[in-house]
Design a protein around this ligand. Sequence first.
Ligand code: F6R
Length: 238
Amino acid sequence: MEIIYASNYEDMSRKAAIAIAQQVIKKPTSVMGFATGSTPLRTYEILIEFHRQGIVDFSSINTFNLDEYVGLPSNHPQSYSFFMFKNLFRQIQLDPSRIHIPSGTASDLLQECAVYEEAIQSLGGIDFQLLGLGPNGHIGFNEPGTHLNSVTHVVSLSQETIKANSRFFSSLEEVPKRAITMGIKSIMNTRKIILLVSGEKKAEIVHRTLSGPINEEVPASVLQLHPNTTVIIDQSIL
Ligand code: F6R
């Protein structure tokens, strides 16, 4: 793993946006994996600036998102689909046919997972995956204990994650209890990974991610085994 210490959130975000821009300029048809959450928000704003300035043309990329809440339709303000269209896709004018996000309202969730995994394969796999780090070491919604061999699947969210994500909902009860997520194996199969680390309560978990034992207790620790991962850490949180 390559580890880059950024001086603050802005610096981390700019470094990530530049890496994404370089990927898309080098390969305009890149298959990009995106994350939601607070961490990549500024990165997405900078990508929108690059688009408006004509620095990067995103029109030929395909995208896959890591995860989606079960039970929230795509027009629900807290769905990850809504988040992505609002904070990135609509603003870079990406054709919706190029956007892939698991449907949390599919009638057959297991089939939805299988179809999602097949869609990733049919586009040749993900070239570049952006990740955030959960306070409990999760990546995507792969909570502690998730099998390292997992592909896209339905998960029950941990109490810790439900509590952490309740900041976006009006009450704890409103937070969905399940989600669809790309699995650890799906993430490990991506060709290039950038893990962004910023936000409260991440100092200990980032240490365990980078230098702790590789095991299911800290799902992100498996990234130590990925051949092409860069971790960009906002060092102001350390
Ligand atoms: C989001 C995702 C999650 C987040 C993680 C960190 O699609 O997959 O793993 O990246 O929960 O969230 P923030 O950035 O809000 O601290």
